[in-house]
Design a binder for this molecule. Sequence first.
Ligand code: SF4
Length: 306
Amino acid sequence: MSHDSRTAPRICPLCEATCGLTLTIEGTTVTGARGDHDDVFSQGFICPKGASFGGLDADPDRLRTPLVRTDGVLREATWSEAFDAVAAKIPALTREHGEQAVGVYLGNPNVHTMAGGLYPPLLLSALGTRNVFTASTLDQMPKHVSSGLLFGDAQAIPVPDLDRTAHLLLIGANPLESNGSLCTAPDFPGRLRALRRRGGTLTVVDPRRTRTARLADRHAAIRPGTDALLLAALTQVLLEEKLTDPGALGEHLEGLDELTEAIADFTPEAVAAACDLDAETIRAIARELAAAPAAAVYGRIGSCTV
Ligand code: SF4
């Protein structure tokens, strides 16, 4: 380590697990990254992405300046040149073709940094375009839509309490590989192992016998594309067998009668063949979920993309 080398504690911005990093910095170059054992949340855990910060910083393909296209070729430009290009082209373009002629793609780290979270909404509202695409529009938009409909806020996505649940039902999620996006849980694999150690139960619904499925007490290898049928049948069992108790949340519930009526025909027997699961397995998943002293359900990309 040279004399101008230093370390700096940082939060990894690459996913919402928000792991603590200890970066090694030489001058202005990041030369290494390791897990920060003093971080109260992640306690030293990082995944290979977080460990690659040195390589990411030095990657010759990383953008270091804005790029402006001239004569069909993208060229490195200064920020003033980039802002001038935007000012010269976008207002004229929207005057001629309307606001919807502008498309925006926001990269994933925007939602994991304060500035990236604060400023894009201002830009999008000034542009007036609805044509906004992100990693979220690929893999999690159903979560936003359902949270908006259920809770009145598209960002109010429930996060399972991994450290306290006694029964975790994972649907279309493989956190041993993904580290559990939309869950804010550094070291998801360690938290699953802790669940098993304290006597909790893990059920995984996934067409594939993933690494996470291999860790589970029960792996239900569902036919791809049939998650909605399974969810309807689980709900049908919970309601028909009166295994639900909204408690204090009851006053916030609307439409339970309509839901009960809408899914009445989606019994485990009715969906079993389509899902390629035994009706008894579906019933058992619903009953175990209801019987657990504290249960949580986490659905991820598999359930979102169907
Ligand atoms: S799981 Fe990996 S990518 Fe996500 S915050 Fe932690 S180190 Fe970064």
